[in-house]
Design a protein. Structure first.
Ligand code: FEO
Length: 172
């Protein structure tokens, strides 16, 4: 059985992951509007991953006979000055999620809730990967700057790396 405190903390994380979904989708919409279909597809795919993270927590709460309590999502950002700013925001967002996951793990250990600590290990590993992939894109973008052909190449590259369903608009 989950403690009340752990249940509330896991529900807050569900909300954070759905907010991440919304934020990445908004970033994707921004790039669609600008004609960068590769960046748009990549971020849309990332948004579906965030939805998956939220649902993984949702399922765990139910599995432990906790109660899922969904809360409102905030308005995501919709405007960015340039391409680099979008990915800088994405990296900041991932760092916030990582800090939140780490606090959840700390709580699980404090409460000697070993099942939750074990469950959360997947998220700890996932965050290492998530920060690394966003950071890699950001490094490439910083190198390219505003150089049009470079941005065109990176856009194509990210589009090619993205599973087809995100690029064709059939992502679920
Ligand atoms: Fe679910 Fe990208 O953190």
């Amino acid at each position: 059985m989950l403690s009340e405190k752990m249940q509330a903390a896991l529900n807050a994380q569900v909300n954070m992951e759905f907010n991440a979904f919304y934020t990445y989708l908004s970033m994707s919409a921004h790039f669609e509007n600008q004609g960068f279909r590769g960046f748009a597809a990549w971020l849309r795919h990332h948004a579906t991953e965030e939805n998956g993270h939220a649902m993984k927590l949702y399922d765990y709460l139910n599995e432990r006979r906790g109660k899922v309590t969904l809360k409102a999502l905030g308005d995501p950002p919709t405007e960015w000055a340039d391409t680099v700013s979008v990915f800088e925001d994405a990296l900041k967002h991932e760092q916030k999620v990582t800090a939140s996951i780490n606090r959840l793990v700390d709580l699980a250990y404090e409460e000697r809730d070993h099942a939750t600590a074990s469950f959360l290990q997947w998220f700890v590993d996932e965050q290492v990967e998530e920060e690394a992939i966003v950071d890699a894109v950001l490094n490439d973008l910083r190198r390219v700057g505003d150089f049009g052909p470079g941005l065109f190449m990176l856009d194509n590259q990210l589009g090619a790396q993205t599973p087809a369903e995100a690029a064709t608009g059939d992502a679920t």
